[in-house]
Structures are given as C-alpha cells and as structure tokens.
Design a protein around this ligand. Structure first.
Ligand code: NAP
Length: 220
C-alpha cells in the first residue's frame, strides 16, 4: 500500500503536539513534515522537521509537496500584542500554507478554526476566524475540513489566566452543556487532534465543517 506524507503547522501547540504524535504513531503516513520556527526537540524516523521563516514560506516550496496538510496555527492577542500581528499568524500564514500546498498538489487541508467563526461578526476573533475560513474555502483541494472547537482544555506550557478560569468553570458546570448547548462544552486539545487525524482518513470530498460536538464524537 502506498502511504502518504503529511505536513503539520503548529505542531508545538496544544492541539498540534497531540496531532503530531498521532501522525507519527499512526500507520497512514510514511513521512511527517513539521514546519516550525523553533526545534521540536523530538526525533522520529518519520519526522522531517523544517525550521522556516513563516514570513518567507514560498522560499522552499518543495516542502509543500505532500498529501494532507494539518494547520493548527494560532496565537492570542496578549502574545501578538496587536490585531494586525494576530491576523498575520491566524489568517495570513494558514492561507499562505494552503496556497503553496494546493499549488504543489496536496489533496486535503484540515484547519483548526473556532466556534462562532463568522466573517460578519463584530467580535474581532470571530470575524478573523470567519475570514480565515472564507479564504481557505476558495483554495482548490479535493477535501477541506474545518474544525470549530469550543474552549480548549489541556496542559499548556504557558499560563493563560482567562482560559484557566473559563476551563475551571466550564468543567464544574459541564452538566449544563446538554441538548442544544452541547456545542459549547469545553473540549480537550487531544480530542480535536484525534478528530482531525480520523477525518483525514475518511474519503470525504468538498468542504466539511465540524462543530465542537461533532469533533467530540469523532475524536473520542
Ligand atoms: N484556546 C482556545 O480555547 C481555542 C478555542 C477554539 C479554537 N482555538 C484555536 O485553535 C487553534 C490552535 O489552538 P492551540 O491552543 O492548540 O494553539 P497554541 O497552543 O497557542 O499553539 C499555536 C501554534 O501556533 C504557532 N505559532 C504561534 N505564533 C507563531 C508565529 N509567529 N510563527 C509561527 N508559528 C507560530 C505556535 O508555535 P510556537 O510554539 O513556536 O509559538 C504553536 O505551534 C488556534 O488557531 C486557536 O485560535 C483555540
């Protein structure tokens, strides 16, 4: 059986590091290309680590000649400091990666977006994710899968007070997230990663959007 090559962006993040492990452990991929801005600090026979300048992604476009692309990039306004800088990381980099991969013949693009992504939202974050989705949907792939998780749970290397507090509250009142409110239930980063991995193995063509409750079902 011919196995495939995956490319992952954001493999040092909460979702990305779990997904990288799934890609390395799974039998579907022979090669896993991780584009990073700092060393991952792990070695694996399938892993091809590429330290790149994300502002100059087109310089080595052979990297993007892969089958499936997984994009888990993103930042926070606290880290990025300005909306423009955040937009560059959350929108411009994923779009650049998608365009390069599409031009090199990649078949599938799997993107982490967010619950409430809406290009017309008055809220900057939701609008940014909505605009990202719009742009990605226009880039030709056999299959595009967009994941819209709710609040993410999991161990982070950095401390995020707002997220920590929200996670504690969400976990305490998780019984409230039933029926129509299921989509608001917080979700583990590793569940999102697992759903992305599984979705990539399905023979779905066209654009599929996964709300948080479907991510939960698929990834569990
Ligand atoms: N937090 C939530 O509750 C939540 C909810 C729904 C959706 N989301 C979205 O889900 C996605 C993944 O979230 P996450 O929490 O897994 O992300 P994360 O832990 O913050 O990781 C983000 C990834 O993006 C990379 N990155 C950030 N800035 C970069 C830059 N300037 N150049 C290159 N790479 C850069 C990071 O690399 P470095 O390690 O090098 O910084 C890391 O690999 C994000 O798009 C986020 O908006 C988050």
């Amino acid at each position: 059986m011919t196995r495939k090559t995956a490319l992952i962006a954001g493999s040092t993040g909460l979702i990305g590091r779990e997904l990288l492990q799934d890609l390395l452990d799974g039998k579907e991929y022979d090669n896993v290309v991780a584009i990073v801005r700092r060393p991952l600090g792990i070695q694996h026979r399938k892993l091809e680590e590429k330290i790149v300048d994300f502002d100059k992604l087109g310089e080595d476009n052979d990297i993007f000649a892969v089958d499936d692309v997984f994009c888990c990039l993103g930042t926070t306004i606290k880290k990025a400091k300005t909306k423009e800088a955040m937009w560059k990381i959350d929108v411009d980099y994923p779009v650049a990666i998608a365009k390069l991969a599409s031009s090199k013949g990649a078949k599938k693009f799997l993107l982490v977006s967010s619950m409430n992504a809406d290009p017309h939202s008055q809220i900057f974050y939701s609008k940014m994710k909505g605009r990202l989705e719009e742009k990605i949907k226009k880039i030709p792939f056999e299959s595009v899968a967009i994941f819209r998780p709710s609040l993410l749970l999991g161990e982070r290397q950095e401390f995020r007070l707002g997220e920590r507090t929200a996670a504690a509250i969400f976990t305490k009142v998780s019984f409230l997230f039933a029926g129509p409110f299921k989509k608001y239930k917080a979700i583990e980063g590793k569940t999102v990663a697992s759903a992305m991995y599984k979705a990539a193995q399905q023979a779905k063509s066209g654009i599929t959007v996964y709300p948080s409750e479907q991510i939960q079902e698929l990834g569990s």
